[in-house]
Ligand binder design. Structure first.
Ligand SMILES: C[S@@+](CC[C@H](N)C(=O)[O-])C[C@H]1O[C@@H](n2cnc3c(N)ncnc32)[C@H](O)[C@@H]1O
Length: 205
């Protein structure tokens, strides 16, 4: 099929024809275009936090801190390009769910999971984190803002089973005291702070 050409009538110049070469077909571009169309046409809510990826070496520290293993189910709330749950699946065989309000990010995450060969372990969906059921998660990762973390706290503390770990990049969760805080320089020399909590069955509004 490589290089096969089909003729598509032009809407602009009805009497002429344009040539469309299937050799230029790029599945990644098509996925991005569909996602962009979905975003525009559905008038999806503006994200509460812009996309800023956690560098890969910091992702590794987050997974270590959460003690992720093969039996875990890792939820990344505001998953961006999916790197945290993809790394958990690739390195530890953990199952993962990523949710993001931006369909472009979810399309990227699905494409990245396919490239990493972990589509069988991870799921990405377009969803508001304020509506995500996290009850099956054994690990939740966050890289949102402080006020979003506070808004998520009732949901996290009601739904997570005792023993589930929460690891947040940069931001705390209001006055919920973390059990561990680590500060370090990442590979690029940027200071990073990570926080960890373990769900204990106590509801924190
Ligand atoms: C700072 S990025 C973090 C991305 C990823 N977790 C990481 O650490 O690399 C925050 C992500 O949250 C998403 N987001 C913002 N508000 C959201 C909401 N209310 N519900 C779901 N996703 C949201 C954004 O689209 C963005 O991709």
């Amino acid at each position: 099929m490589r290089g096969r050409s089909v003729e598509i009538p032009s809407l602009i110049q009805p009497k002429t024809c344009r040539t469309f070469s299937t050799s230029r077909y790029n599945p990644g571009m098509l996925t991005a275009a569909i996602a962009l169309f979905a975003l525009v046409s559905a008038q999806v809510r503006i994200p509460d936090v812009p996309f800023l990826a956690t560098p890969d070496d910091v992702v590794d520290r987050m997974l270590d801190m959460a003690k992720v293993g093969p039996g875990d189910v890792v939820y990344d709330l505001g998953c961006g390009d999916g790197r945290i749950v993809i790394a958990a699946a690739r390195k530890f065989g953990a199952r993962g769910v990523g949710v993001d309000i931006n369909p472009v990010r979810v399309a990227e995450a699905n494409e990245n999971a396919r490239k990493a060969g972990v589509e069988n372990l991870v799921t990405f969906r377009v969803q508001d984190v304020m509506e995500t059921d996290v009850s099956e998660a054994t690990v939740v990762t966050l890289y949102m803002l402080a006020e979003i973390n506070v808004k998520l706290r009732p949901r996290l503390t009601v739904q997570l089973r005792p023993g589930a770990r929460i690891v947040s990049h940069t931001f705390g969760i209001g006055d919920w005291e973390p059990e561990q805080v680590v500060t370090f320089k990442d590979k690029m020399g940027t200071m990073r702070t990570l926080y960890r909590w373990t769900a204990d069955g106590k509801i924190r509004p």
